[in-house]
Design a protein around this ligand. Sequence first.
Ligand SMILES: [Zn+2]
Length: 252
Amino acid sequence: MAEVTLRFYEELNDFLAPALRKTAFVHACNRRASVKDMIESFGVPHTEVDLILANGESVDFSYIVKSGDRISVYPVFEGLDIGPVIRLRPAPLRTPRFVVDVNLGRLARYLRLLGFDCHYDNRYSDAEVARISVGESRTVLTRDRALLQQRIITHGYFVRADQPVEQVREVLARMDLYRLIKPFTRCTRCNGVLEKVDKQAVSAGLQPKTRKYYDEFQRCTRCGQVYWKGSHFARAGHLVAAIGSPPDLTAR
Ligand SMILES: [Zn+2]
């Protein structure tokens, strides 16, 4: 056995048993264990980790722990200056695109309503979510730690909040996405891009009251769903208002 002293920082503590939070503790692990496996044995997904120090030196996930090591594990720092940084993760994905796990359907719909590209299908298996994430360079959003522990996933985020609106706020804040909100640009049903369309072009398929009261329409370029400045826009407006401005993360 190798005996190491471990400490997890900031929100990585969310994953730990209460007695292990925000404190250094001694842990006995197998010799030849990689630091990645050791960290994940505590339920902390590797996608949450951005920096690991072994005895003050930055190491990567493949580092084999040795008896007597002091290991410090830091989370993904979003928008915080941590000085000289040696990051474990590949560079952030330039355009934020997501694949959303099956049990977060409302989060996916809300993110689409705000204009974010969210792949979601409630029939996907974990393996399919992982494959889409890697194949299409999409960040996984999930409440399932085991999914994030899949080795092939490089970009993922474990959503802490229970309520969908809070989940949206959390994702936007953690990934610094507030400035990229573009409401009414994406279909909530299929993730397709919306385009403006003449009333005349969609008139035949409208209910009489919709035809009478509304003049501005958009249509999904993928599934053909028609949206108008009625209930859909009002709902999006309420969501944008509920999400408000970025919370002050430094107060955490
Ligand atoms: Zn659509």
